[in-house]
Design a protein around this ligand. Sequence first.
Ligand SMILES: Cc1cc2nc3c(=O)[nH]c(=O)nc-3n(C[C@H](O)[C@H](O)[C@H](O)COP(=O)(O)O)c2cc1C
Length: 341
Amino acid sequence: MLSPMCQYSAEDGLANEWHRVHLGTRAVGGAGMVMMEATAVEPDGRITPQCHGIWSDDHAERLAPITDFMRSQGAVPGIQLAHAGRKASTSRPWDGNDPLQPDEGGWEVVGPSADPYPHSEGTVPTRKMDRSDIDRVIEQFGAAAERALAAGFEVAEVHAAHGYLLHEFLSPVTNNRDDEYGGSFENRSRLVREVTERVRSVWPDEKPVFVRISASDWLPDRPSWDIEQSVRLAGELDELGADLIDVSGGGIHPDQQIPNTGPGYQVPYAEQIRAETDIAVASVGGITEPKHADALVRNERTDLVALGREMLRNPYWPLQAAHELGEAIDWPPQYRRGQFS
Ligand SMILES: Cc1cc2nc3c(=O)[nH]c(=O)nc-3n(C[C@H](O)[C@H](O)[C@H](O)COP(=O)(O)O)c2cc1C
């Protein structure tokens, strides 16, 4: 699977030629599944003003030709539905990745608590969500899923990782609420469960729902989200009809200490969730070698492998990997003259 990767290239959240060519190229390159980038369910849920969104039918209409093309190449189109929470309103990476104030084209952001994200260059105004905000976001995830379905996507992935809104509710680092959405594990995980249920209710049974989580906050020095809670959440999401947990890590706080960034550094988390629950898992992070990816699946350490940065370097990675592994794979007929012999 192509791992979801923000392109910071939309105007008013609308996909354009960049998205069509970027995603289309990865489909031509042989990806089994192409997961479109974090896609905001409301304008304020974008990370940057250039992030992709799906808060209107116009947004969905732009996507139908893109999913048609992916399918024509044998790739399964997926879309990651997201809300950036208190990490919203920054400039894009090549403009500095800095917090954007409301008078600079940014906006007031929302989170489980009023504490702002501690960006190195300052903070943006952050408002604690009340009950009506929570209800609205749940509805927006449902409406976004309906539009994504109409646009031809086969897989809906709920983004509950990397310190964005749903993860902010899960983690005691960012959630200090004292209502039914804060405190105990059950309360902190309520919003993720409700959003997953809402998406599941509009997504047809035969099409998969994924949930991407950060298995750990990597903040062992304070009360935080960890693999034990992730295993418990995965089991509960399974009960609610989710089909796969896409296991990533980190993002909640800049103090995080990533224990290891070597090849497959997050695989042990996926493996543990797979072993201790009945739900399927995807592994992502530092996977670049075909034999490694293949072994992870064959040895039943993961059910699916996602590649991010390697597929930025080489969109034809799947075609080359198939060759290296001696697997038959159909090349697009237009490219057969380039096929390895
Ligand atoms: C440019 C870029 C954009 C990303 N955007 C997203 C995103 O929209 N949603 C998400 O869940 N992860 C995002 N990620 C994380 C990747 O999906 C992936 O999990 C991470 O890069 C680790 O995998 P890799 O080592 O194969 O790159 C992004 C990563 C990169 C490099």
